[in-house]
Write a new protein. Structure first.
Length: 263
């Protein structure tokens, strides 16, 4: 599988395909409306996939190459960036009331900013994973694509009150385009300094785990269906294991543990 060419075109195609699944999530939000049990299950699935990809794939890959010190620093920087944007960016904090005190239309636009905040690091992670190992990139891309459906469904539900389907689908397109933008940023960053690719993977992992902790989990708490949330997490584990079996990838050498041999 790692014989696949790790070309920028392949990365961008994957990013666009993955981002396109946001439209499915918004369509479900319009069709099903506010179904607390389904929303909580979807959030659990999205959270589980995001955390599994970050902690079981991206961080270990970075650890094997860089060691715990640089990896921890990169994870921390990714988390710090999302926390800063979480505080400073004008977006709806989805674990709270998404319509008050703002008008419903303004709330819908703010939710779009929140979705973009989620999707850019996902595209960044996808690009850097693919450049490290094409099979790892495929695993990350498919996981994110599947994760996008329940995540966008759960986050679009508060905006359905606007009763403007054209607006919702425009929001989904903007949210979906955020992943290719994140992938492009990842490609440019690695082009400028290829040696930093493992740092960027760890950085993206820190960002995605922080999104889960500060956006997705509080949103699940709002609906109060933690049993459904746990069921979604369990489902994400099964899907992750299936994808891992379908797209096995060779592990990198543990270069930070290598001991130079005497000549």
């Amino acid at each position: 599988m790692d014989s696949l060419p790790a070309s920028p075109i392949s990365v961008m195609v994957l990013a666009f395909l993955s981002g396109g699944t946001t439209l499915i999530g918004v369509s479900l939000a319009i069709a099903l409306g506010e179904n607390p049990r389904m929303i909580a299950m979807g959030i659990g699935f999205s959270t589980g996939i995001m955390v599994l990809i970050s902690l079981c794939e991206l961080v270990p890959e970075a650890l094997r190459i860089m060691g715990p010190g640089t990896t921890s620093l990169s994870v921390g920087l990714g988390a710090a960036l999302i926390l800063t944007l979480h505080i400073l960016m004008p977006h709806i904090h989805l674990g709270k009331d998404s319509t008050a005190p703002a008008s419903e239309l303004r709330a819908a636009y703010l939710i779009v900013f929140g979705l973009i905040l989620h999707d850019v690091p996902e595209g960044f992670a996808m690009a850097n994973a693919f450049l490290s190992s094409p099979s790892l990139g495929l695993l990350v891309a498919l996981s994110i694509a599947i994760h996008n459906i329940p995540e966008e469904f759960a986050m679009a539900v508060p905006a359905v009150a606007v009763q403007n389907r054209a607006l919702l689908f425009k929001a989904a397109v903007l949210s979906g385009l955020a992943e290719p933008v994140g992938a492009m940023l990842g490609l440019v960053a690695v082009h400028l300094n290829p040696a930093l690719n493992p740092s960027f993977m760890a950085f993206a992992a820190g960002a995605m785990v922080t999104v889960s902790a500060f956006e997705l989990i509080p949103l699940a708490g709002k609906y109060g269906r933690m049993g459904s949330f746990a069921l979604g997490v369990a489902g994400s584990v099964l899907v992750y294991l299936a994808l891992q079996a379908l797209f096995p990838h060779e592990r990198s050498e543990i270069s930070w543990l290598s001991i130079p041999t005497a000549r």
